[in-house]
Design a protein around this ligand. Structure first.
Ligand code: GLC
Length: 524
């Protein structure tokens, strides 16, 4: 008997970074009517669903991850009406729309936080956040040694209503993103309202920000290693992955069960497979982002290990594996793999690896164009990481530069103004959608063919992935009637038998270095 798989289990999601996709009103910042105007492009690319980075009302200190009103769309992005237009137009093209949801923290401009500041210590308003007295004489020092993911202390001291320095509040990210106190039932009740608000408007699900956050350990014990940079790679870090977080996910799932077509995808920076799989139990999240391919270098052993590990983690929870090469928080893969032509060729090869694998795939804005990271000058940097790290970490702006659509100079059809929110490089003319449309060998053309072939292959969900040892520096695996071969070495390897379906570089009788191919296998 064939089990019917949910729509998302074999889908290609496209992550739209709304600020950078398409500007419709000439203010230099992308918006939702801009996304709507480019839906035919996304339909042509073959994507099944969108994930929109946060579009709720926000002072935009962390570009929308600081939410001041979770049940409205920021005017910068066109307001609620623009989202409704986008949902209708996307659904008319059979494209689903998922949104980012930020349950771990709010903006400091959220009325709750403003009320907490005004009400003072010991009040119920403060119970919605994590306020503590400081340590040392006069409470001069922070309550513990936790650091912010963006650099500096994770605590900021407030001035009390009487004008004196007083309590400290916790913020795992920027000081303008106070962490919510999930021990207070009001937080979950309010999130339920938010979930229903969007689901009732036709949203098809949520990407859940910092899904391994939310629950903090009792007593807030010190970190053993507060010097680790950025997003933690240390699974013992007390700031994240406390077991109570699973209750919160169960609460979210209970709401989602009223909307059986909707999906939740957790951002889970947890690397122990058993721990990761807990988030994907049948009464928790549907999917979890697996970042192993993002962390793997262009190295056969690392790539194979990343794939095996992701498959194993998903299998532990009987869940669907997920795959991504980049997102709005990491250096673009073209640059990670060596930049220039080499970086682009390797990124194209890795796209074929990712799109061959069974499960849910996420493609990030501009990845299909092979965009590199951009070295931006100090004065335009906006990521809070830059200032919070004492200008040591440049932050994530370099992977968020707007999409080039057409023309030979900035803003390349992205906007009517060249004064875009991040400057666009003068040398991107060959990377525009229009230029790549006209080139059958472009990265865009390869993505389109690969996604189309992936769809034609039909249901690859749950099909085993069987690795084949072809040569050193090669990753090869069979799945669902196909062999995918990646050559991560320096010299060509002979092309195995089988009908050549797709190649990231010309492959007559060999797979060139830094390339990948798909071959149809006879026995299917
Ligand atoms: C997640 C988001 C990141 C954001 C942070 C704080 O890691 O992906 O962009 O800055 O959460 O909300």
């Amino acid at each position: 008997m064939t089990e019917i798989q949910p729509w998302w289990s074999n889908s290609v999601f496209y992550q739209v970074y709304p600020r950078s996709f398409q500007d419709s009103n000439g203010d230099g910042v992308g918006d939702l009517d801009g996304v709507t105007s480019r839906l035919d492009y996304l339909a042509d690319l073959g994507v099944d669903a969108l994930w929109l980075n946060p579009v709720m009302v926000s002072p935009m200190v962390d570009h929308g991850y600081d939410v001041a009103d979770p049940r409205d769309v920021d005017p910068l992005f066109g307001g609620l009406g623009a989202l409704e237009r986008l949902i209708d137009a996307a659904h008319a093209r059979n494209i689903r729309v998922t949104m980012d949801l930020v349950p771990n923290h709010s903006s400091s401009q959220h009325p709750w936080f403003q009320a907490a500041l005004a009400a003072g210590p010991g009040t119920e308003q403060r119970e919605r956040y994590i306020f503590r007295d400081g340590t040392g004489p006069g409470g001069l020092h922070p309550p513990n040694n936790w650091v912010s993911v963006f650099g500096g202390h994770a605590w900021t001291r407030v001035v009390e209503p009487d004008g004196n320095p007083g309590q400290w509040y916790l913020h795992l990210f920027d000081a303008e993103q106070p962490d919510l106190n999930w021990e207070n039932p009001e937080i979950a009740e309010d999130l339920e309202k938010t979930l229903r608000f969007w689901l009732d408007r036709g949203v098809d699900g949520f990407r859940i920000d910092v899904a391994h956050g939310m629950a903090k350990p009792p007593g807030l014990p010190d970190m053993r290693n507060p010097d680790l940079p950025m997003l933690t790679l240390d699974d013992d870090d007390p700031r994240f992955n406390h077991d109570d977080v699973h209750d919160h996910h169960r609460g979210i799932r209970r709401v989602l069960n009223d909307y059986p077509e909707a999906v939740t995808i957790g951002e889970i920076w947890v690397f122990d497979n058993e721990d990761f799989a807990k988030y994907l139990r049948p009464d928790e999240l549907h999917l979890g982002f697996n970042f192993r391919l993002v962390r793997a270098g262009f190295d056969a052993a690392e790539i194979r290990e990343a794939i095996e590990n992701s498959l194993a983690a998903a299998a532990l929870a009987d869940s669907t594996p997920t795959w991504c090469l980049s997102n709005h928080d990491v250096e673009r893969e073209v640059s990670r793999y060596g930049d220039g032509d080499v970086g682009r060729r390797r990124a194209e090869a890795m796209a074929l690896v990712m799109l061959a694998l069974p499960g849910t795939v996420f493609v990030y804005t501009g990845e299909e164009l092979g965009l590199p990271n951009v070295d931006l000058p100090d004065e335009v940097l906006q990521d809070p990481t830059w200032e919070r790290s004492g200008r040591e970490e440049r932050g994530r702006d370099g992977c968020r530069v707007p999409m080039p659509w057409s023309g030979d100079r900035p803003p390349y059809g992205f906007s009517d103004t060249a004064d875009t929110w991040l400057p666009m490089p003068p040398d991107w003319a060959a990377l525009t959608v229009a230029a790549q449309d006209a080139d059958a060998d472009s990265t865009l053309a390869l993505y389109r063919r690969a996604i189309a072939l992936r769809h034609q292959r039909g249901d690859v969900v749950g099909r085993p992935v069987e690795f084949v040892d072809l040569a050193p520096d090669v990753v090869a695996f069979r799945t669902a009637g196909m062999l995918c071969v990646l050559n991560a070495g320096a010299s060509p390897v002979p092309l195995p038998a089988g009908e050549l379906l797709l190649a990231s570089a010309p492959a007559v009788d060999a797979v060139p270095a830094d390339a990948a191919v798909w071959l149809r296998l006879d026995d299917h």
